[in-house]
Design a protein around this ligand. Structure first.
Ligand SMILES: [Zn+2]
Length: 65
């Protein structure tokens, strides 16, 4: 079974969709495109390591270990 290996300096972040204002949590190292759950605007996209966050970042949340 494959385990999720915590990456150093990774964190969760609360972003606000620039299009509809929906707030949702995404991962700093998202490995695939993150879309708004409401309007499907792209909020983050993978860039080989840390994801490129395209939406305004509201709050950084610690990773629970
Ligand atoms: Zn949206």
């Amino acid at each position: 079974m494959r385990e999720l290996i915590p990456m150093p300096r990774s964190y969760f972040i609360r972003v606000r969709c620039p299009k509809c204002g929906n707030e949702q949590i995404t991962f700093s190292h998202a490995s695939r495109i993150v879309r708004c759950g409401v309007c499907e605007e792209i909020l983050a996209r993978p860039r080989g390591g840390r994801a490129e966050i395209l939406a305004p970042q509201m709050e950084r949340l610690g990773v629970r270990t």
